[in-house]
Design a protein around this ligand. Structure first.
Ligand SMILES: NC(=O)c1ccc[n+]([C@@H]2O[C@H](COP(=O)([O-])OP(=O)(O)OC[C@H]3O[C@@H](n4cnc5c(N)ncnc54)[C@H](O)[C@@H]3O)[C@@H](O)[C@H]2O)c1
Ligand SMILES: [Zn+2]
Length: 362
């Protein structure tokens, strides 16, 4: 079992990573947390594939447990689904000693986290992420949220889980497109924080996407270590944590313009990272060849690297500009834009949205 610790004083918690560990969570919950009652929140699809394994472990550890289902994906991240979960928790007589287990992708984790942080002013939360993105990114760091009709993730809390339990074997049922999205965040972690990991990915990314058990586990452990370190240094995104937005400023704009159904988050982030890497070179902030290495790695796992030209070049750029200025991360006219200093090192610079496209080919 690999353990990575998130260091946040009395809210510190472990992330445990081991293939085939899903059935063992129950025993750990009893032994380390003295848990007696568990409510799992999942979706029909994830539940069908993996709940039995989890439930077997909970039962053999003599834990009373129930399962609540929410819809797949972001459709579940609403206040009304949160409210239904509160109703069910009250019906199940969940109390302060109840542990909420989020079994699913980032959407389930965000919603279950939000509910755990507000029900009875907070009950224990255990994240059991089942997408690669959730394993390396969203389950670690304590951001919870539901969406608002005016924007994604507008309603939420910072609430750290007590434990993150990662079984890489559950990824065997994940569609390839979802796996690629997780790869985008893994590549991001290497690009902004760990040049050696980036070089390791250049050699091993193909094996990771082919779900080679050892390579997959190593990639997850190394990416999680980076996220845990960044969160430990800056829990509330006052500074450093903003580096994790590498590729996301333009990425969110692309998702906005094309529509969330048209492009996957990881694809939009890949395009955003490429754009930011080229901008870094153009402004002589990063050495020549930086963008080329990123492009090679993204290409190798099948992620896109060029801005989609859905509406015609000029109109699209206008649309991206508009989308970036309404993005919630923009303060005043300038926006914090993450650039690379080299592979493995990043910083935030202030740019107006217009400056973002200055000198760009597209
Ligand atoms: N809290 C954070 O720090 C943070 C960070 C990044 C993203 N997010 C949020 O995470 C969400 C995206 O997460 P995601 O990419 O995991 O997508 P997701 O949760 O929407 O899951 C994607 C799809 O995969 C299915 N699925 C999940 N695990 C599966 C498995 N093992 N086998 C088969 N199918 C499976 C889901 O049912 C869903 O249909 C967004 O809502 C985003 O806002 C949060
Ligand atoms: Zn992301």
């Amino acid at each position: 079992m690999n353990t990575v610790q998130v260091m946040l004083g009395d809210r510190s918690y472990p992330i445990r990573i081991r293939p085939g560990s899903l059935a063992d969570l129950g025993e750990t919950l009893v032994r380390e947390f003295g848990a007696a009652h568990v409510v799992s929140i999942t979706t029909p699809r994830v539940g069908e594939a993996h709940f039995e394994t989890l439930a077997r472990g909970l039962s053999s550890a003599d834990l009373a447990h129930q399962r609540l289902d929410v819809p797949e994906g972001d459709r579940a991240k609403t206040l009304s689904h949160a409210s239904r979960l509160y109703d069910s928790l009250i019906d199940l007589e969940a109390d302060r000693d109840t542990v909420i287990v989020a079994l699913g992708g980032g959407a389930v984790g965000d919603l279950a986290g939000f509910v755990a942080s507000t029900y009875l002013r907070g009950v224990a939360l255990v994240q059991v992420p089942t997408t690669l993105l959730a394993q390396v990114d969203s389950s670690v760091g304590g951001k919870t949220a539901v969406n608002h009709s005016r924007g994604k993730n507008l309603i939420g809390t910072f609430f750290q889980p007590r434990l993150v339990w990662i079984d890489p074997a559950v990824l065997s049922t994940l569609p390839a497109s979802e796996l690629r999205c997780g790869m985008a965040e893994i590549i991001k972690a290497g690009a902004i924080w760990d040049g050696e990991f980036f070089a390791w990915l250049e050699k091993n990314a193909k094996g990771v996407t082919a779900l080679d058990p050892e390579l997959l586990s190593e990639a997850i452990v190394r990416a999680v270590r980076i996220k845990a370190e960044v969160v430990g240094l800056d829990e509330r995104e006052a500074g450093l944590r903003a580096l994790l937005n590498f590729g996301h400023t333009l990425g969110h704009a692309i998702e906005n313009v094309l529509g969330y159904r048209e492009i996957h988050h990881g694809e939009a982030v890949a395009i955003g990272m490429m754009f930011a890497a080229r901008l870094s070179e153009r402004r002589e902030l990063a050495p020549a060849g930086t963008a080329e290495r990123l492009e090679g790695l993204l290409d190798c796992v099948g992620l896109p690297t060029e801005l989609p030209d859905a509406l015609g070049v000029t109109e699209t750029r206008e649309a991206y500009l508009r989308a970036m200025t309404v993005d919630k991360k923009v303060r005043g006219r300038q926006l914090g834009f993450v650039v690379l200093s080299e592979i493995g090192r990043a910083k935030v610079i202030k740019l107006t949205p217009e400056e973002v496209f200055e000198g760009a080919d597209q």
